[in-house]
Structures are given as structure tokens and as C-alpha cells.
Design a binder for this molecule. Structure first.
Ligand SMILES: [Fe+2]
Length: 225
């Protein structure tokens, strides 16, 4: 895996059939060009953080490969959300938040149509659920939330706190590694599984290389004359 270049090594997903590989290549290339590459770059970092955290939790082999893909695709549903919303510099309206909150089920639906493994679909559809039951879309509680989604939730939150790539986050500013770790601890038992936060915290230095400076957007091909 190449941390610096955001290139994806699709051979890591050899549990998929060729049609499924083709589908994710198409969707990820689309995502790379959507919202100036913000969601793609975010997803790539979240994948690396989630895999590191998964390894610390003892996940290995095909299970780790499934977690890797679920983390990489966790925001794939944002392809359906207008770039004006994803790149909006101010706070979102209620309606815009409603649209934003559609992305976990939309992402899951995309993969469900292509018979992706259930654990990947659950990792995507549940990654905005919170440990105390106040998340979305289904207010799942505690270990009722699929384990991969619990891991992705922490990786997702840490990446967002450490970067400036999410303009729709009201009053958002990037946090230092220590500030971000403090925030994870503060939200332990509310947003996150406390046991996983403890593992993250005890090894927080391992996650420092995975926060990428967003790369410049890929230019769109010139329109035919
Ligand atoms: Fe995300």
C-alpha cells in the first residue's frame, strides 16, 4: 500500500469477482473526481487508519481485507450528494443535513446490488451509528453496531478532526494529534466503543503517518470540441 500517492492496490481485494472489482474501480474513479477529491482522500486515510486499528484488535486475513474495503468505501454514497453541499463553506441547512445523512444507506445499496459480502455492507451502512444509540440511520446501540462500523467510526472521526478537508463541519478547525486523541477519549462511551478507543489511545503514535495533506483535485477531461 502506497501511503503517499493515494494509489489503490486492487490486488488486495482478490476475494471479489472481476465484475465487483470493475464496479469499485468505476465508483472510486468517480469519487476521486467528486468534491475536489476531498471525500476520496478522506476515505483513503480512513482506510489506512481502520486497517491499523483492526490489526491492533487482532483482525487478520480475509477479515482484514473486508475491513479495508469497507473503510475505503464507507463514504461511497456521497457520490449521490451534490458537490455544492459537500463543499459548502458554511453550516448546512436542515434539508442539506437530511441529504448528507442519506450516504450510509445509499453506499450500502450500491454494493448490495452487486452481492458484496454482508460484513462490508454492514460496515458501510452502520458507520454513522453511535455507541449510545444517538447515531444514524437506525439508532443502533453498543455492540448492536457491527464491529467494522465501530472501527470505521473511530478512524473516520479521527481523520476528520485532524484535517481541514470537511468544509461542511460547522466551526471546524483541524486538531493536533493530542487534541484529537483527547476528543476521542471524551466521546468514549458516547460516540465510540470504549474498548476500541483504549486500544487507539495506547497506540496513537502509529496513526500519525496516515493523515494526508489532501492532494490537488484530478482535472476533468476537456470537453470535446
Ligand atoms: Fe467518512
Amino acid at each position: 500500500m502506497c501511503i503517499e500517492s493515494n494509489e489503490i492496490d486492487y490486488s488486495q481485494f482478490d476475494f471479489l469477482n472481476q465484475k465487483q472489482i470493475d464496479i469499485i474501480i468505476i465508483y472510486l474513479e468517480h469519487l476521486r473526481r467528486h468534491d475536489k477529491g476531498n471525500t476520496f482522500n478522506h476515505s483513503y486515510s480512513v482506510m489506512n487508519i481502520a486497517v491499523q486499528l483492526g490489526e491492533l484488535l487482532g483482525i487478520a486475513g480475509t477479515n482484514l481485507a473486508h475491513l479495508r474495503l469497507a473503510a475505503l468505501l464507507h463514504d461511497i454514497g456521497k457520490i449521490s450528494i451534490d458537490e455544492e453541499i459537500l463543499l459548502k463553506p458554511n453550516a448546512l441547512t436542515n434539508m442539506e443535513w437530511l441529504i448528507m445523512r442519506s450516504h450510509p444507506p445509499v453506499g450500502a445499496m450500491i454494493l448490495m446490488c452487486q452481492d458484496f459480502p454482508d460484513d462490508i455492507i454492514n460496515g458501510i451502512s452502520q458507520h454513522q451509528e453511535k455507541w449510545d444509540g444517538t447515531g444514524y440511520p437506525n439508532n443502533l446501540v453498543g455492540n448492536g453496531i457491527f464491529s467494522y462500523a465501530q472501527i470505521i467510526k473511530i478512524a473516520d472521526s479521527y481523520q476528520v478532526m485532524r484535517t481541514t478537508s470537511r468544509p461542511y463541519q460547522k466551526d471546524y478547525r483541524p486538531l493536533s494529534p493530542n487534541e484529537a486523541e483527547d476528543e476521542l477519549r471524551k466521546c468514549s462511551g458516547k460516540d465510540f466503543n470504549p474498548a476500541i478507543v483504549n486500544v487507539f489511545s495506547a497506540n496513537h503514535y502509529l496513526f500519525l503517518p496516515y493523515i494526508l495533506t489532501p492532494l490537488p483535485p484530478v482535472p476533468m477531461p476537456a470537453a470535446a470540441a
